[in-house]
Design a protein around this ligand. Structure first.
Ligand code: OAA
Ligand code: MG
Length: 233
């Protein structure tokens, strides 16, 4: 379909699966999925300590224009995360505490945006978590058509409406909706493995031995030499 659209009634992943993914956090799910889905590190949290997951409601906006964010609020439901991208780069402050107020009332868990945001003192105070490209008071207009709930690119990653977005202090990642269950199972397995690793490291075991990395170093031609031998050659 061409032209601006607002897609309604999007499909979402299972709520319990989304909540369990939130508990695992970005780094674990990213590793468990095979190191995919990570949004570029240019999208940063404005707060410390928030860890959320939710279904993406996506916005494709004109730069410097937040009309389509206004349109998207109506499409948001309990447990969603609003994801905003612009058709060309813009760090204008397209979002602030008024939008956050409207979204919080609808049970939206947070915002991920390639734009800038403003009112950050208020956003932090009201505990509405935000990941953005910039903090910027620059105001925007409401004049240009865009789309809601079409695929958008954020930090090099394509996010479809209804995909599971996970965000915490490490960054933001996306799990395609159809892979949410598999991502959770793989994350559970990884957490068990890391628990065993942690126990071993607490006991003094070296990761070099536990992961067989001495062989890797040897295969790569790395040699262990005493300082005396090193200095002598
Ligand atoms: O109204 C705007 O343009 C963005 C903003 O500052 C808010 O949501 O509070
Ligand atoms: Mg404001």
């Amino acid at each position: 379909m061409t032209g601006p659209v607002i897609v309604t009634d999007i499909a979402r992943a299972d709520a319990a699966t989304i909540d369990a993914l939130a508990e695992h956090g970005v780094a674990t799910v990213h590793e468990a999925l095979g190191r995919v889905g990570l949004v570029g590190a240019g999208i940063r949290p404005i707060q410390d300590g928030a860890r959320i997951a939710g279904s993406a409601v996506t916005v494709s906006s004109w730069p410097g224009d937040n009309l389509m964010i206004h349109a998207a609020v109506e499409q948001c439901e309990e447990g969603d995360i609003l994801v905003v991208s612009t058709t060309s780069p813009s760090t204008d402050g397209a979002f602030g505490e008024l939008f956050a107020t409207a979204l919080q009332v609808r049970g939206v868990r947070g915002l991920v945006t390639t734009t800038g945001v403003r009112d950050v003192v208020d956003l932090r105070d009201m505990e509405f978590p935000v990941w953005s490209s910039a903090i910027n008071a620059q105001g925007t207009v409401k004049a240009t058509a865009g789309s809601v709930n079409i695929p958008v690119v954020v930090g090099g990653v394509t996010i479809h409406a209804g995909d599971v977005v996970i965000a915490d202090d490490d960054g933001v990642m996306v799990v395609p909706r159809a892979e949410a269950e598999a991502a959770l199972a793989a994350s559970d397995t990884r957490v068990d493995k890391e628990a065993a690793d942690r126990e071993a490291y607490r006991g003094g075991e070296l990761s070099l031995d536990r992961k067989g990395l001495r062989d890797t170093l040897t295969l790569l031609g790395v040699r262990w030499v005493t300082q005396q031998d090193y200095d002598a050659h």
